[in-house]
Design a protein around this ligand. Structure first.
Ligand SMILES: NC(=O)c1ccc[n+]([C@@H]2O[C@H](COP(=O)([O-])OP(=O)(O)OC[C@H]3O[C@@H](n4cnc5c(N)ncnc54)[C@H](OP(=O)(O)O)[C@@H]3O)[C@@H](O)[C@H]2O)c1
Length: 400
């Protein structure tokens, strides 16, 4: 049987990733050896080679030892043939891989990019790599509400039915600043703009070519660093805090991810009469991507960067659970997933706070929301949403 590009890509992903890692390391050892032999003593050559080899073995050791690095690959057999995938933040990292894998599975991909030239180049690159011409880039700047609204209008013009909306774009540790809309940049990018995009496209997300459609929010484990009550005061989204350390930056980012998780769950549990789609949050794990471009920038951070580069997941690995949500026909509405498995749903206190929190958030951006977008007073987890006693110990991944 002839395998599609997507099947081949997924099946050989672990092997290809290992080969790539070894290949990259060998190239860097070779290059440093050549440079070193020309300019310096054999001692440096030995040191460079030892470092390179050390890096390979360290990466392997970490992969074996650390649970975080035990990446689960989606093995679902269903493909995205002719489905429509809309994704934010596909110009780099996890989002790029999701766009590429979706295109390789012959989906129509529409993604947003704030730099049109870069966006066009990325779209062309994905078309070339996937042999799929249905990859489109639209202008989208999440720090500009008007741009989010226009992005949604254009998407609706292009595709009346969207199978999957992936709210992926996000920033971490950027110097806090106020946008022209009057909100702090990280809050607007990671949270408020996601609401605008979701609410404006919600009506278009539905059953297209098959009976599996939904909305995916890219969450983060950092949401657990804060409490749902920490985000209750929505006015803080206008404040520009002083952030000087990485920890402060992560704390700020964590608030936006908690808010996003609450909104995602709210959307899942309050979608009156919408039984046809799922809404899920995904924790991709710790992934070495452009998200850290503004972290550990000085010389003292070099070691941390190197360690992260060696130990964290690759973007292709980080994209697996998002792909799983789109490929697996049995994703339950309102769940949080990691490593292609359900790991939980919104905690009790967040369920209580969500309606009021979302209602207040809607008011901040009401100008950009559809007229009928109103918050409900109460949300309830559906009775069938339950887990085994210890979902965190569950290692069985069900792929279809
Ligand atoms: N990496 C991790 O360890 C990790 C862990 C948990 C969750 N996540 C989440 O995963 C998602 C993807 O992040 P990543 O790790 O793949 O990082 P990344 O490589 O930096 O990708 C972020 C994407 O968001 C886009 N973006 C940022 N600001 C934007 C704006 N104002 N307008 C439009 N697009 C914008 C970026 O576009 P440009 O190319 O123009 O910058 C880029 O395409 C984020 O939501 C992040 O919070 C990541």
């Amino acid at each position: 049987m002839e395998l599609s590009n997507g099947v081949r890509y997924q099946a050989f992903a672990p092997l290809r990733n290992s080969i790539n890692a070894v290949y990259r390391t060998v190239i860097s050892i070779g290059t440093s050896t050549i440079v070193a032999t020309k300019r310096t003593s054999p001692l440096i050559v030995v040191a460079a080679s030892t470092l390179g080899l050390g890096a390979i073995f360290f990466r392997r050791w970490v992969s074996k030892k650390r649970a975080e690095n035990k990446v689960v690959f989606c093995k679902c057999k269903s493909r995205l043939n002719d489905k429509v995938v809309v994704i934010t933040g596909a110009t780099s990292g996890i989002g790029y891989q999701v766009a590429l894998m979706s295109a390789q599975q012959q989906a129509t991909v529409i993604f947003g990019a704030r730099d049109p030239e870069n966006g066009r180049a990325i779209a062309e690159q994905i078309r070339r790599k996937s042999s799929n011409r249905r990859v489109h880039c639209l202008y989208l700047d999440l720090t500009d509400f008007q741009s989010c609204k226009r992005f949604c209008d254009k998407v609706r013009e292009m595709e009346p039915v969207i199978d999957f909306l992936v709210n992926n774009a996000g920033v971490l540790n950027q110097t806090p600043a106020r946008t022209k809309d009057g909100f702090e940049k990280t809050w607007q990018t990671n949270f408020l703009s996601c609401i605008i995009i979701t609410e404006n496209l919600l009506g278009s997300v539905g059953v297209g070519v098959s009976e599996h459609a939904g909305i995916i929010f890219v969450s983060s484990a950092t949401r657990l660093m804060v409490n749902p009550s920490d985000v209750a005061n929505v006015e803080q989204m206008r404040d520009v805090p002083e952030i000087t350390t990485f920890e402060e930056g992560i704390g700020h980012y964590a608030l936006t991810k908690m808010a996003l998780w609450m909104y995602a769950a709210y959307t899942a549990y309050s979608r009156k009469n919408r039984k046809d789609i799922f809404v899920a949050s995904v924790d991709p794990g710790s992934v070495w991507t452009g998200l850290f471009r503004d972290s550990w920038k000085d010389l003292s951070g070099l070691y941390t960067r190197l360690m992260c580069m060696l130990c964290l997941r690759t973007p292709a690995e980080g994209a697996q659970t998002i792909m799983h949500c789109m490929n697996c026909p049995k994703i339950r509405n309102g769940v949080l997933l990691k490593d292609c498995q359900e790991i939980g749903f919104l905690p009790e206190d967040a369920i209580e706070l969500s309606p009021e929190f979302v209602s207040k958030s809607y008011k901040l951006i009401s100008k950009y929301l559809p007229a009928d977008c109103k918050a409900v007073d109460e949300i309830k987890i559906s009775p069938d949403l339950s887990f085994e006693e210890s979902p965190e110990n569950e290692t069985k991944v069900t792929c279809y």
